[in-house]
Design a protein. Structure first.
Length: 276
């Protein structure tokens, strides 16, 4: 009986090894192709949670908010203050604030992020506020408006074919419950605050507010604090014309934009008090 030589056995081992290696490579490639769409799905699809429980598109929307210029709100016993860094382009004409909005006589909004989304949400809030007043024959509360806006944001986190809202809003006002200030973000949460900042460098401004904010502050003191907070992170320290401020007084319950001359006086007061 003939037995295979050592050379023949070696050749067969090499052939078998090659076939096994090729099959393993093909299986690995097939597995990679199968896994790739799923991995991309966590990143692209708003309705798909990642294995670690994250909605990436919502997180990207929140990052959009962080890229916007700073906006903030301050609540005091005397009313609500809104402030924002408009930072216009060269030769741009600004007749009205682009980041501070009047929702109703007693409610205002400051926005940071993708401002076209803010305009859409403000229009929705205005319609909701007026409809509520017609139905219930009384002004809508600030919290109900904040909840309504947050609900709209949350809806855009669970439907395919839509993207999340790319803006955060500071909603404040004076109603039958007193003075209120809320923050809504793209995830659909709404949280009450005494003072809050959103947008670029908001962490730095928040630290400044924590250090200097007092509940007993007057409206004038709050305006100075708001201006100083924006100047703290303003790239052009000498030019503060981009700062806009609005207020709602507790006694009048009227949203009012502060004019340019008064804003300049507030900025000078802020410089003297906080050495901004």
């Amino acid at each position: 009986m003939n037995t295979p030589s050592d050379m023949t056995i070696t050749r067969w081992i090499i052939r078998i090894s090659g076939l096994v290696t090729t099959k393993l490579k093909l299986n690995f490639l097939s597995l990679s192709i199968e896994l790739m769409p799923a991995q991309q799905g966590y990143d692209r699809a708003i309705t798909v949670f990642s294995p670690d429980g994250r909605l990436y598109q919502v997180e990207y929307a929140i990052e959009t908010v962080k890229r916007g210029t700073i906006a903030l709100g301050i609540k005091t016993n005397d009313g609500i203050i809104f402030a924002a860094d408009e930072r216009p382009r060269k030769l741009q004409i600004i007749e009205e604030p682009q980041k501070l909005f009047k929702v109703d006589q007693h409610i205002g909004i400051a926005a940071a992020g993708y401002i076209p989304d803010a305009r859409n949400q403000v229009d929705d809030a205005r319609f909701f506020s007026q409809s509520s007043k017609l139905v219930y024959d009384e002004p809508v509360t600030v919290e109900i408006v904040a909840k309504h806006i947050a609900d709209q944001c949350q809806h855009y986190t669970q439907y395919a074919g839509a993207r999340p809202i790319g803006v955060a809003l500071i909603i404040g006002g004076v109603d039958q419950n007193g003075n209120s200030l809320f923050l809504t973000d793209p995830s659909g949460t709404y949280v009450p605050y005494d003072a809050v900042a959103i947008g670029a460098d908001s962490d730095k401004v928040t630290e400044f507010l924590i250090k200097n904010y007092k509940k007993q502050m007057t409206l004038e003191e709050s305006k100075a604090l708001a201006a100083a907070s924006i100047m703290l992170v303003n790239e052009d320290k000498e030019n503060n014309e981009s700062i806009t401020i609005s207020e709602i007084k507790s006694d009048t319950k009227q949203f009012v934009n502060i004019n340019n001359n008064d804003t300049k006086k507030i900025i000078e007061t802020a410089k003297q008090k906080y050495q901004a």
